[in-house]
Design a protein around this ligand. Structure first.
Ligand SMILES: [Zn+2]
Length: 679
């Protein structure tokens, strides 16, 4: 049975998602009906007797499937934030239906013919920049999937895709099996020296759950990280570090060396088939960086600038370890341990010291005040729309003239059924249709410390920056002002999307901003500046070494994907050669990074690992502009809103950035902020 209310315009305030009337059993029939409706819309484009035009083909395609997008947003947002077994089961039924539908579109030859006809005649059409961008995006969604290839090559491409997805799956399964296989059981309590109580407790419980006596450590991060950071026993740190570093690198059934070579060669072949020089060229075509050459130059420049600081820090760490424990040569299993010790000695910054200044309500209001001072936004809590859980806060966002800008949902506390981490998402994109600007419904979801009977929710500093980060993404969504939904808000290139989020974190370190909200929850006292200075200093602790590490992963990624890999026979030798420029620790023959580098061989980060640093350069450079003119300077804020936040993906990100900043981003601001160059 289909509930008609779910496939017709919502009759709710602000057309907000009607959580109260949706029952789990409604999802599957609604999805099926919405797919049917979307297919009908696609068919009407294909069967249109008129010649293809931008309006009757590209624009109609863009606005098709609205009901499907709407139910998908609601369903998958719930599957992340408020799920249960029933929803998870529906997700497994729905996912193949959705990928089949999206394949039906990209493989629809008649549809592609019409899209191509418009694409080929674009010079004769008077299109706006946004329309040209949309046309290009639609065309590429076909061409990058082989729509232009002759039949035999199309078949070849499908074969490669099939093999690649199997290999990626196998790669992940092997890494997971290796992670699960390793256990380090400790039975002598003296071997736990140095570990915090929480880590010991967790290890004891882990042992108990497996009917073992003692303390059990595994390669899962919550178990592994505390061990290598705090355990005094160097031999055991070595044991677990080598185990983590040698995943799927033991020439056994779980080995990934052959799979790595197969994956990079297939990706290269696929890129060549589609007319690209390498896989990296293929990926970067749809990134702000555009080419592997840009990424390499960017990484090498940063590397050269970070290296002296990294070497200095390493030397300092070595001296510290020598003095403390008479260690002559720092090894990979010593890094985290002595770093933490040195950090404690230099800063003695305790989360418990900071938390009273960051009551959740104050921090939220702080974020709202910052948004008000910068972008004239007002947040009013409302209770006349449905919530999917009673913890969720709902707001109406307006501008200074009282115009309605967006709905804003904020969901802060952990509960069973919510996945880990923090994220921003939306229930409805912004777009302009038939002359009406349809405003977005934006949401952020976090897992912050819950209030207790006696204490309000007090955030760690890390949670504070997380809230500002997600709120930055939310502003990108709320302030969207574009015609087409697929170019709206955060629908931008991957290496551009973290600019609005990361830049907002900067306000958490500024006195002028902290004074607005970082007040003691009992005394009302504003956070002392010496604490803020300590936060800043400790945030850049060992930044040189961190930078080198990040760059080394990005460079390894580019080495695998930015050249013809057919001559590479030895994974470890290739990797060692690549790491030569970035490594500080002595080489260990037992370990190999590539065989468990899931980001690039299983997940979607291939040729994209550089994005982390790229985004940091962008946000530091952009914030530098604010610092020059004042962190609440209206002119700079307006430019950021006008050229970045409201523009979504309507134009090339470098063009947008230059319009805001007046020049291309430079790495100096990041290097300065990170303390890698003196000012
Ligand atoms: Zn983010």
């Amino acid at each position: 049975m289909i509930k008609k209310a779910l496939v017709t315009p919502f009759k709710t305030n602000y057309n907000a998602a009607p959580f109260r009337i949706i029952q789990n059993k409604d999802f599957l029939p609604t999805f099926k009906e919405a797919i049917k409706m979307a297919k009908k819309e696609i068919n009407s484009i294909v069967n249109n007797p008129e010649n293809p035009t931008f309006k009757n083909t590209i624009e109609t395609l863009e606005f098709s499937g609205e009901q499907l997008d709407r139910i998908s947003s609601i369903f998958f947002n719930l599957n992340s934030a408020e799920t249960n077994e029933e929803i998870q089961k529906i997700a497994q039924e729905v996912s193949p239906l959705l990928s089949e539908f999206s394949n039906d579109i990209t493989l629809n030859e008649d549809l592609f013919k019409r899209v191509k006809a418009v694409y080929d005649s674009q010079n004769n059409l008077e299109l706006t920049t946004e329309q040209t961008t949309l046309l290009d995006k639609k065309y590429k969604s076909f061409s990058r999937n082989g729509a232009n290839l002759p039949e035999d090559k199309k078949t070849k491409l499908r074969e490669i895709d099939k093999k690649l997805s199997q290999l990626k799956l196998k790669f992940g399964e092997n890494v997971l099996a290796e992670t699960n296989k390793f256990e380090m059981l400790i039975t002598d309590e003296t071997d736990l020296a140095g570990l915090p109580e929480g880590a010991k407790e967790a290890a004891k419980q882990m042992a108990e759950s497996k009917n073992k006596a003692g303390w059990l450590f595994t390669l899962d991060y919550p178990s592994f990280i505390p061990f290598v950071t705090y355990a005094d026993n160097r031999d055991l740190r070595k044991k677990i570090t080598l185990a983590a570093g040698s995943k799927s690198f033991k020439n056994d059934t779980l080995d990934n060396q052959k799979i790595v070579l197969q994956i990079v060669n297939l990706r290269h072949e696929r890129a060549n088939l589609l007319g690209y020089k390498t896989h990296a060229h293929f990926v970067l075509e749809e990134r702000m960086a555009e080419t592997p050459e840009t990424v390499l130059k960017f990484s090498t420049d940063l590397l050269e600038k970070a290296k002296p600081a990294a070497k200095r820090e390493f030397k300092q760490l070595e001296n510290f370890a020598k003095k403390l424990d008479n260690i002559d040569h720092l090894e990979k299993w010593d890094g985290s341990y002595y770093s933490e010790k040195l950090k404690q000695k230099l800063f003695s910054l305790d989360d418990e010291l900071l938390k009273p200044y960051f009551k959740l309500e104050n921090v939220i209001n702080g974020a709202f005040t910052v948004a008000n001072k910068l972008f004239d936004l007002h947040f009013e809590e409302i209770n006349d729309i449905d919530k999917y859980h009673e913890d969720v806060l709902t707001y109406k966002v307006t501008d200074s003239k009282g115009n309605y800008i967006s709905l804003f949902y904020a969901d802060f506390f952990p509960r069973p059924g919510k996945r880990n981490g923090a994220w921003m998402t939306s229930y409805k994109p912004q777009y302009i249709k038939d002359g009406e600007n349809s405003r977005p419904h934006i949401s952020i979801v976090c897992n912050f410390t819950k209030p207790t009977k006696t204490k309000p929710s007090l955030l760690t500093f890390n949670e504070v920056t997380t809230l500002f980060h997600e709120f930055g993404h939310a502003l990108h969504g709320m302030l969207a002002n574009t015609t087409y939904p697929s170019l709206s808000g955060t629908s931008v290139y991957w290496d551009f999307v973290e600019l609005p989020s990361q830049i907002l974190e900067n306000w958490c370190y500024e006195k002028e901003a902290l004074e607005l909200f970082a007040t003691h929850y009992e005394t009302g006292e504003v956070i002392p500046m010496e604490l803020v200075d300590k936060i800043k200093e400790s945030a850049t602790f060992h930044e040189g070494m961190q930078t080198l590490r990040q760059l080394s992963f990005g460079l390894l990624d580019m080495s695998w994907h930015g050249q013809d890999p057919s001559k590479i026979k030895d994974v470890k030798a290739f990797e060692t050669e690549t790491f030569k420029r970035t490594t500080l620790y002595p080489e260990t023959k037992e370990t190999c990074m590539s065989t468990s580098f899931s980001h690039i061989f299983q997940g979607g980060y291939s040729s994209g690992y550089y994005s982390y640093k790229w985004a940091e350069v962008l946000d530091a450079d952009a914030f530098e502009y604010f610092k020059e003119k004042g962190i609440f300077n209206k002119t700079v804020a307006n430019k950021f809103k006008k050229h970045v936040l409201s523009q979504g993906g309507t134009d090339n990100p470098m063009t947008l950035y230059k319009r805001f900043r007046g020049q291309e981003p430079k790495p100096e601001a990041l290097l300065k902020r990170a303390g890698l160059i003196k000012t």
